[in-house]
Ligand binder design. Structure first.
Ligand SMILES: [Zn+2]
Length: 247
């Protein structure tokens, strides 16, 4: 049997780890809320704990660790720089894990790894070109061009959530910029967009679910079943109005 690997997916909201291999497939998974701390050490400790938990008695069979992380990153130096939707920054994750577990450790943008995963194992199998888009706490992307994974400067080629889609820059992105796609269409951005539209054009939303959720302050960026259900439904039912207003 070939060796096993551990994959860790660091998101702004959740962190997940899996143990598996090419032959065995995924053997175990663990998931918890991402630690919301300014200390990079707290983040590193969470990684270590999850890797130990998911590996359980098989730690000696683990041959490598792969990390897909929210960006921006410096993938060559193995550092998670300053992601906009979390309080921590400058996490020197690769060096720390490599020294501790004594195996190769690789860091890539989470959406880039997702694109790679779909290309090798999933919906993109056999394709020469593919684009992958994540709508989560933020907005991200991953791209394969002519059978090559697009990495870009320091691994940040596909930070598409920070492209300007609203040249008037009406909403601020958590990265500090204005008018970015992520500020309008992500888990953290959709509630802000709804609030902005309802408050700036109240007549257009009179009597809609969107208005109701904004008034009750239930379009929270924190995950809750209420806004994921009714809030999103309300926004979609108002989509024609949204498209007209944002033009
Ligand atoms: Zn941004």
């Amino acid at each position: 049997m070939l060796g096993l690997v551990v994959g860790v997916d660091l998101g702004a909201t959740n962190i997940r780890a899996a143990l598996g291999g090419v032959e065995s497939g995924i053997l175990r998974r663990v998931e918890e809320r991402t630690v919301q701390s300014e200390s990079s050490d707290d983040v590193i400790q969470q990684f270590i704990r999850l890797i130990r938990t998911v590996s359980a008695g098989d730690l000696d069979k683990v041959k490598a660790i792969g990390i897909g992380s929210i960006g921006p990153l410096d993938c060559w130096r193995g550092v998670i720089l300053n992601p906009p939707n979390v309080p921590f920054k400058n996490v020197y994750i690769v060096e720390t894990l490599r020294d501790l577990f004594r195996v190769p450790v690789y860091l890539l943008n989470d959406c880039t790894t997702a694109a790679l995963g779909e290309w090798i194992f999933g919906a993109g199998k056999g394709l020469k070109n593919l684009a992958y888009i994540t709508l989560s706490s933020g907005v991200g992307g991953g791209v394969i061009v002519d059978n090559v994974l697009l990495i870009g400067k320091d691994g940040n080629a596909a930070e598409i959530g920070h492209m300007v889609i609203d040249f008037e820059g009406r909403l601020a992105c958590n990265c500090g910029g204005r008018g970015h796609w992520e500020a309008y269409c992500s888990g953290a951005g959709i509630p802000k967009l709804a609030k902005y539209l309802v408050e700036s054009r109240p007549a257009n939303f009179h009597g809609t679910l969107t208005e109701d959720f904004v008034k009750r302050d239930e379009l929270s960026p924190k995950p809750s079943s209420s806004w994921r259900g009714g809030g999103i439904r309300g926004l979609l039912s108002s989509s024609r109005r949204l498209a007209g207003l944002m033009r």
